[in-house]
Design a protein around this ligand. Structure first.
Ligand SMILES: [Zn+2]
Ligand SMILES: [Zn+2]
Length: 271
């Protein structure tokens, strides 16, 4: 029996002869069911037509991205630390080359994921590398394939290796998480942000939405709370969910400036 994968969001479902009738992740207003209706693929079909491409973003940070584009199109990031490698966010395809390369780099110490849109095939990655997956408990209802390696954390921060801390910001999802990497950007700090802080086209701004595909905003109070929650943390760079989307300098200032402008616009102060 195959593992069925939603073609729109990349979420994997328990193995069964036929795919489930619907994908709750895509039925939600933060995603969408395409015009042609719910579509499915399998792990085998996905691996037959796609490969993962790797790019080194800085000395200890690699991007892993599936080609041709699949699902939402996010990247996973592999972060090297003296205590082992962390996979930040996840993608549906674990191809043979990626498995060999991750093993050559020393395997994985842990997987951490920003929010349910990127849960994808986390169960397969965790099984292959025999490591835990850290997810915030506030989003537990969105796990579509239970696995003993999934560990739900409940606090506001969780240090998963020295200088690697998960921060719960909420917003797009109640358990929305970013990863603070103290040694990133040559020791000036980096934030791996998924969709929780979305690096914008201008690369000097971030944005914050409840629903990205349906373009629905967050409240001003939520955006203010997110900005205030990250304010005590030092970071120069912000690596967003998609290839090419990173703020390379002045990351902390970019968050504060972007949040302030967002709230001004919600309050009607526009040119
Ligand atoms: Zn889906
Ligand atoms: Zn999302």
């Amino acid at each position: 029996m195959p593992i069925h994968i939603c073609s729109t969001c990349g979420t994997s479902y328990p193995n069964a002869d036929t795919p489930p009738p619907r994908c709750p992740i895509c039925d939600d207003e933060r995603q969408y069911v395409p015009r042609g209706g719910q579509a499915w693929t399998t792990r085998e079909k996905l691996a037959g037509g796609h490969v993962n491409a790797w790019r080194q973003l800085e000395a200890d940070l690699f991007e892993i991205h599936t080609h041709p584009g699949f699902g939402i199109g996010q990247r996973a990031l592999l972060l090297r630390t003296p205590e082992g490698n962390i996979l930040w966010d996840c993608i549906s395809l674990l191809d043979e080359a990626s498995e060999t390369l991750v093993r050559a780099l020393g395997g994985l110490r842990a997987i951490a994921i920003s929010h349910p849109h990127y849960y994808t095939s986390m169960q397969d990655w965790a099984r292959a590398f025999e490591c835990p997956v850290h997810l915030h408990a506030a989003d537990a209802e969105w796990v579509m394939r239970n696995d003993p390696r999934i560990q739900h954390w409940r606090s506001e921060t969780l240090e998963i290796a020295r200088g690697v801390t998960l921060l719960r910001l909420g917003g797009h999802f109640p358990g929305g998480t970013v990863l603070h990497w103290a040694q990133g950007a040559g020791g000036r700090g980096a934030l791996l942000s998924g969709d929780i802080l979305q690096v914008a086209a201008d690369l000097g701004r971030v944005s914050f939405l409840w629903s990205y595909p349906n373009m629905m905003p967050l409240s001003g109070a939520t955006v203010r709370r997110i900005a205030d929650t990250v304010a005590p943390w030092q970071f120069e760079r912000i690596y967003g969910a998609f290839p090419g989307r990173q703020v390379m300098a002045g990351g902390a200032r970019a968050v504060e400036r972007s949040a302030a402008r967002y709230i001004e616009l919600l309050e009607g102060r526009q040119p």
